[in-house]
Design a protein around this ligand. Structure first.
Ligand SMILES: [Zn+2]
Ligand SMILES: [Zn+2]
Length: 186
């Protein structure tokens, strides 16, 4: 299994196809919602791009994980298949005056700058995992979350609480408070 992207190899032999499957431990993901880690299966074809020193990777990544729903806090199986189109460009020497090069062109978003001419596929795959896992994972778009009064998982158990609209608002406010306290921790 070829799991190193090598630009020298591409220069010499033309486009390169790489594939790999990796288990990503929770520590590497650093996401509370993915405490069990994730798995990624990736395949990519990398070829020379149009620009000097540019290489283009096209492929797909299949990411699976047990995520924790951000609304009801229940674990659920997550699976995502996504295609990518990433351009690698050589990192140019940056003078001190314009240390911050702003990337404004929307098209530039899928550009990665390289200094090494080999890229471990696992490293690249890990980036795709980070992109695939949603900021706020939901077990279901319509997940009802927790009862703001008793904390029951609403999609699973029916509690007898009478939640008025005021309670709902309180629940939302509580969510905001949690978010704020999380930010403070950072
Ligand atoms: Zn949920
Ligand atoms: Zn309740």
């Amino acid at each position: 299994m070829n799991d190193i992207i090598s630009f020298d190899e591409i220069d010499e032999h033309g486009s390169q196809t790489v594939r790999g499957a990796y288990d990503v431990p929770p520590a590497e993901l650093d996401r509370d919602e993915a405490a069990g880690g994730a798995r990624v299966e990736i395949q990519a074809t990398v070829a020379k791009g149009d620009l000097e020193g540019e290489y283009v990777a096209d492929g797909t990544a299949v990411v699976t994980a047990d995520l924790e729903c951000s609304r009801c806090v229940e674990p659920y199986p997550f699976a995502n298949t996504s295609g990518f189109h990433v351009r690698f460009r050589p990192r140019l020497e940056v003078s001190e005056e314009n240390e911050e090069i702003e990337i404004t062109d929307k098209e530039e978003l899928d550009v990665e700058f390289y200094t090494e001419r080999t890229i471990p596929l696992r490293e690249f795959a890990l980036e795709q995992v980070q992109l695939a896992i949603p900021m706020k994972p939901l077990c279901d778009e319509n997940c009802l979350g927790l009862c703001p009064t008793c904390g029951a998982v609403r999609s699973r158990e029916k509690c007898s609480c009478e939640n008025s609209i005021v309670d709902e608002r309180w629940g939302a406010l509580q969510g905001i408070r949690e978010e704020l306290s999380k930010k403070k921790d950072v």
